[in-house]
Design a protein. Structure first.
Length: 354
């Protein structure tokens, strides 16, 4: 095994090996545009590149050390533990947090209120991974959710509609009956509409979102690379819902969106999601990644239950990843960092990692 930095000339090779948009070369360029230190590496065997990944470095307040963050990267096996240990020592990291793009399980999805269960569970999606190396410990602080809904875009529109919850199908028809219009757009005006609706939503829902500069940079970087587009839903010429969609390899991603509180009766959100699915099919993609969900038997009292239920209605597979792990090099700093993680300022600091 030979660990080497990845340079610009290896961009194509790099993107062939990584599996998620967060690990894409273009996402790395976006992170660098925010002045976030980013490192790219390749693991070579017999002079052949076999694995590639990127991670960001985040200064721990009041110390001279860093946290490394590596989302949606390779399986954390023994080789990868040795690799990250070398990087951690070179970069003066107290620990490195990883959230591998490795699937642990696929759970049955309830399709209707009569408790019918989708029998079409694609077990081939479950990665045949070695066990997680014992040098990694389960992290007390995940940043990505452990669960996600993934819709199979290789199915026909008829199959996709059949797999939805009946209420979801009904709501799509309601939006169509009200003549809600959904457009794919990439212009500046559309992006400003998106920003307005996104921040209206964060304020209304009471959660911390990324700032305007973050959204502007991710949009500029990935749209220029042909990897981002907006879907805007309007009713009576008034924008009601806006989603930013990203694409990488065979997957369409829904990471960010916002909506207005007016005219909920026209079900604009439901139609945007359906149009996103149809757009993914039109682009020849195979999967629609809905970016996050709660687990099986989700608690109705959970503040994210509404988002979970909305996504569940589209009949995607409830996918469980192996979770979040930390590789620790400085235990006193790590435990101190973990202990004060409950403080709001640090939570805002952690939000900047993704």
């Amino acid at each position: 095994m030979d660990l080497r930095p990845i340079g610009n000339k290896q961009k194509s090779q790099y993107n062939k090996l990584v599996t998620h948009v967060i690990q894409s070369w273009e996402w790395g360029e976006f992170r660098k545009s925010l002045q976030v230190p980013l490192l790219r590496y390749g693991i070579y065997h017999r002079n052949k590149l076999s694995k590639a990944f990127q991670l960001t470095l985040h200064k721990i307040p009041f110390t001279n050390q860093y946290v490394g963050y590596l989302p949606k990267g390779p399986q954390p096996d023994q080789e990868f533990a040795k690799t990250l240990k070398k990087i951690g020592e070179e970069q003066n990291c107290a620990f490195i947090k990883i959230e591998p793009d490795a699937i642990a399980n696929i759970h049955p999805v309830i399709l209707s209120e009569t408790k019918d269960i989708n029998p079409e569970l694609d077990s081939s999606l479950i990665a045949q991974n070695d066990s997680v190396d014992t040098n990694f410990i389960k992290s007390p602080k995940p940043l990505f959710t452990k669960y996600n809904f993934i819709v199979d875009l290789t199915k026909s529109e008829e199959e996709l509609l059949k797999n939805m919850h009946p209420k979801t199908r009904y709501n799509i028809k309601v939006a169509q009956k009200h003549r809600v219009r959904v457009e794919e757009r990439r212009d500046d005006e559309a992006f400003e509409i998106y920003l307005k609706l996104y921040f209206e939503t964060t304020q209304r829902q009471g959660y911390h979102g990324h700032n305007k500069d973050y959204h502007r940079k991710v949009w500029q970087t990935l749209e220029n690379a042909g990897m981002a587009r907006l879907l805007i839903a309007t009713y009576n010429n008034q924008p009601l819902t806006a989603w930013m969609l990203l694409n990488f390899k065979d997957t369409l991603y829904y990471p960010y969106g916002g909506s207005s509180k007016i005219h909920p009766e026209v079900m604009a959100n439901n139609l945007v999601a359906w149009e996103a699915i149809k757009l993914g099919k039109k682009m020849g993609l195979k999967k629609f990644d809905m970016w996050g969900a709660l687990g099986p038997n989700a608690n109705p009292k959970d503040p994210w239950h509404g988002f979970h239920k909305f996504k569940q209605g589209y009949g995607g597979q409830l996918t469980e990843y192996i979770g979040t792990y930390d590789l620790v090099f400085n235990w006193p700093v790590y435990w101190l960092f973990t202990a004060i993680d409950k403080l709001t300022p640090l939570k805002i600091f952690l939000l900047k990692w993704i």
